[in-house]
Design a protein around this ligand. Sequence first.
Ligand SMILES: NC(=O)c1ccc[n+]([C@@H]2O[C@H](COP(=O)([O-])OP(=O)(O)OC[C@H]3O[C@@H](n4cnc5c(N)ncnc54)[C@H](OP(=O)(O)O)[C@@H]3O)[C@@H](O)[C@H]2O)c1
Length: 245
Amino acid sequence: MSGKNIVITGAGSGIGAETARRLAPGNRLVLHYHSAKEGALALREELAPVCAGVEVVEGNLTTDTGCEALSEEIGRRMDALDVLVNNAGGMIERQSVGDLTWDHLAATFALNTFSAMRLTSLCTGLLRRGGNDPCVVNVTSIAMRHGAPTATAYGASKAAMDSFTRGAAAELAPGIRVNAVAPGIIDTRFHERVTSADKMRQFVESTPLKRAGGVADVARTIEYLVGATFVTGETVDCNGGLTMR
Ligand SMILES: NC(=O)c1ccc[n+]([C@@H]2O[C@H](COP(=O)([O-])OP(=O)(O)OC[C@H]3O[C@@H](n4cnc5c(N)ncnc54)[C@H](OP(=O)(O)O)[C@@H]3O)[C@@H](O)[C@H]2O)c1
């Protein structure tokens, strides 16, 4: 795969950064970051020798203006887009069902759902001009399958992205493919605030492959979906067998 114009959100750390590493060779990248400026700039340095161009763009994607500003920056740098990876997201905090606040729900959906839906919408024109099997890959979560007790807002916000993936895939076909990867427990800073060491051990113990995933496991799945020219509207579970069907 080479000669593609690729945008990855949340590329300054974790899954997004590793996805950039995998997709970089021979392609042009726009790497979005929000707070991880140092990580994004270091990644630009690292990838410049192997890709056909790499730029970093800052943006808060939890607001409409933030999404619009990023799409405008993308449009200034690329006249067509082949791959959009909607990776930015996260669990703001754990809240039990009885404690759910409006602010928490709004913030969680803004971060995980509205951001990716709005950015996809804003990028459809550029994707239609892609011509090189353009596609979107959404990063959802195993939470959208098991409902995420103590993080139900997060699970629901990712489940909404699962539905959006199928709806958008049907609506944007045949021109643009839309798929999702649903990671299980992946060893990133994501868990630092929201998962205790004990909980992590329990997750690993209940995982058939008996380990947490690494960022490379998810990045490989995203790379597969980018190259899977006859696959659209699918969610690929990447969770060591936790939700095998
Ligand atoms: N790790 C897991 O076990 C796991 C499991 C299932 C799904 N996921 C999903 O995988 C994706 C990547 O997570 P990760 O594990 O790699 O953790 P991470 O390193 O914390 O990545 C989260 C990314 O979201 C970006 N982000 C956060 N707030 C933002 C905002 N307001 N505007 C724009 N971008 C924002 C961050 O950008 P900055 O760092 O630049 O602020 C960061 O790059 C997320 O969507 C997450 O929900 C992770």
